[in-house]
Design a protein around this ligand. Structure first.
Ligand code: ARG
Ligand code: ZN
Length: 464
């Protein structure tokens, strides 16, 4: 979904219809060519795909923990951004049995992580189309390139822990697996009775049980990056209600963490309401969190519902994951090298939380890190250019946060917090780049901040 292009696309489509549509037959068969196998992120050349833009995913997933088998049907609504003779979807492993485009059978070939779909007639630029993929198999999680663990669809004893950053959505559904193409999602998830399915957004109706299997329906009506989609499955204890500020709140914990439920519920509520006063209105229609009994070694800011892998989260990490709802989820990076816009902001939020609670100030935390010796590895890794083989480096988090604190000291609290709120409001539900943030900071402060950003984000040495 690229909302800023939509008006233009409609206008251009009208003009092309008036100017050159033939009376019958496909409008542009002669120009049709394959969509690119990658969306254009130089660091992740085969992630995402070219030639179309997804607006909606309808995911139907049937999963059996005992056999680890997933049966899926994914229906994607998209619009072509060129004349397409064929196009790719990202899908890792799994067996595709059927593909249709606008209801007609399409040819397909699945090689490596690319599913190439060739419809019987070419798709004209700017036309809307629907592709439906039927598939099944045992999902294989991806390995983090810096050995930070696995990601994607990870089987657990009683279900699955599904955390797909950066490009593990393709381990469980076919799609355009890159954050620059956001879309809305519907989930229909069927599991053995007794298992709970948790996905993004809110439940649609009550779960229905038939023949010993229960179907859960969830809907995320705000645009979402594929890596933020989850279908976390298992036995869970739930607590639901609203935050004091009025946001729907759902906490879920694996029975092994039942003592963590009330604290997860209350802290998530308190943090959501507090960030709403600091960053601006909460962007989504519910908040909360999920603790699963699976030692992933990390948490993920899955939209509306962060997931915590095998630990009882403290307020600091809850503050981090919920800050991502603004920075990462509502505002989403357009390419992975800008990851500090997610992790630097969420780490800085941890410092703001500490300050808010009367513990260490952000300034004191900044000073501690700044006093690290010049040969600390953080200083040789410029956080403004996250590296594809070491995306989640400590520098992206901590030096990213230090960049924001250096900026705050340079422009003053009033301008800094106005900038953060303006940033969140101006790009709500959209995609962002570092250049856009630097431009806005310069505009609102009326200062040349390029030397500051250059020293903190792009130089392989400790800033003065
Ligand atoms: N974005 C997550 C966080 O900072 C970290 C995800 C780590 N992912 C991974 N594949 N190791 O909360
Ligand atoms: Zn984070």
């Amino acid at each position: 979904m690229r909302s800023n292009r939509r008006g233009m696309a409609v206008a251009a489509a009208l003009i092309s219809v008036l100017a050159c549509a033939p009376a019958d037959g496909p409008a542009f068969p002669a120009d049709a060519r394959p969509g690119a196998p990658g969306i254009g992120d130089a660091d992740f050349p085969t992630d995402g795909n070219g030639g179309y833009d997804v607006s909606h995913y309808d995911l139907t997933v049937d999963y059996t923990p005992a056999t680890k088998r997933l049966d899926g049907v994914t229906t994607i609504r998209a619009a072509a951004t060129q004349d397409l003779s064929s196009f790719n979807l990202d899908l890792a492993g799994l067996d595709v049995s059927d593909v249709t485009v606008d209801g007609s059978p399409a040819k397909f070939a699945h090689k490596g992580d690319e599913l190439t779909v060739t419809p019987t007639t070419a798709i004209g630029d700017m036309s809307r189309f629907t592709v439906k993929v039927t598939y099944s198999g045992v999902p294989t999680p991806a390995r983090d390139r810096a050995n930070l663990g696995s990601y994607g669809f990870m089987a657990t004893a009683d279900g699955a822990f599904v955390a797909s950053e950066p490009d593990g959505a393709k381990t469980w559904f076919p799609g355009n697996d890159h954050p620059s193409d956001k879309a809305t999602f519907d989930f229909t998830i069927t599991v053995p009775a007794g298992v709970t399915a948790l996905a993004n957004g809110e439940q649609v109706g009550q779960p229905t049980t038939d023949g010993g299997r229960t179907t859960f329906r969830w809907r995320e009506r705000h645009p979402m990056a594929t890596y933020l989609a989850t279908a976390t499955l298992g036995r869970f204890e739930l607590r639901q209600g609203r935050t004091p500020g009025g946001v729907v709140n759902l906490a879920a914990v694996d029975p092994a963490f039942k003592n963590a439920l009330d604290k997860l519920y209350q802290t998530s509520a308190e943090v959501t309401d507090y960030w709403s006063t600091v960053f601006g209105p909460y962007p989504f229609s519910s908040t909360g969190g999920v603790v699963d009994n699976y030692a992933a070694g990390y948490a993920l800011e899955t939209q509306t519902k962060p997931i915590y892998g095998g630990f009882d989260p403290d307020a600091t990490i809850i503050a981090h994951e919920l800050a991502h709802q603004w920075f990462g989820d509502s505002l989403t990076i357009s390419r992975w090298k800008d990851l500090w816009l997610n992790e630097g902001f969420a780490t800085y939020a941890e410092w703001l939380w500490s300050e808010h609670k009367g513990a260490k100030t952000a300034d004191a935390i900044f000073d501690d890190y700044h006093s690290r010796p010049a040969d600390d590895p953080m200083w040789s890794y410029p956080p403004g250019q996250a590296r594809p083989h070491d995306l989640f480096n400590h520098s992206v988090y901590v030096r990213g946060a230090m960049t924001l604190h250096a900026l705050r000291k340079a422009v003053g609290d009033e301008t800094f917090f106005r900038l953060i709120r303006t940033w969140a409001a101006a790009h709500r539900y959209g995609n962002v780049t570092t250049e856009q943030f630097v431009d806005l900071a310069q505009q609102l402060s009326g200062r040349d901040l390029r030397p500051l950003f250059d020293a903190w984000l792009f130089q392989p040495r400790r800033p003065a």
